[in-house]
Design a protein. Structure first.
Length: 73
């Protein structure tokens, strides 16, 4: 993979599941040391995208709730 100068291998299935689940559920309960277990490419390409998407969905949900609250009153 590109941007992997330390030649890290793939993380285990349990850590992959934990990381994916924490992003999907918006709990931020990751259990990895980014610089010690994941390559630069993984951090840039996958984790950053998920972090930005997670926050965007949270902001959109907050806007929907505020609009619903003011529309119903």
């Amino acid at each position: 993979m590109p941007f992997n100068p330390q030649h890290f291998g793939a993380v285990g299935p349990a850590l992959s599941f934990n990381t994916a689940t924490s992003f999907v559920t918006n709990t931020n309960w990751q259990n990895y040391g980014g610089e010690r277990s994941m390559s630069y490419f993984s951090q840039m390409g996958a984790l950053t995208v998920q972090a930005v998407r997670q926050r965007a969905v949270g902001i959109a949900a907050a806007i929907v709730l505020v609009r619903w609250f003011f529309a119903s009153s």
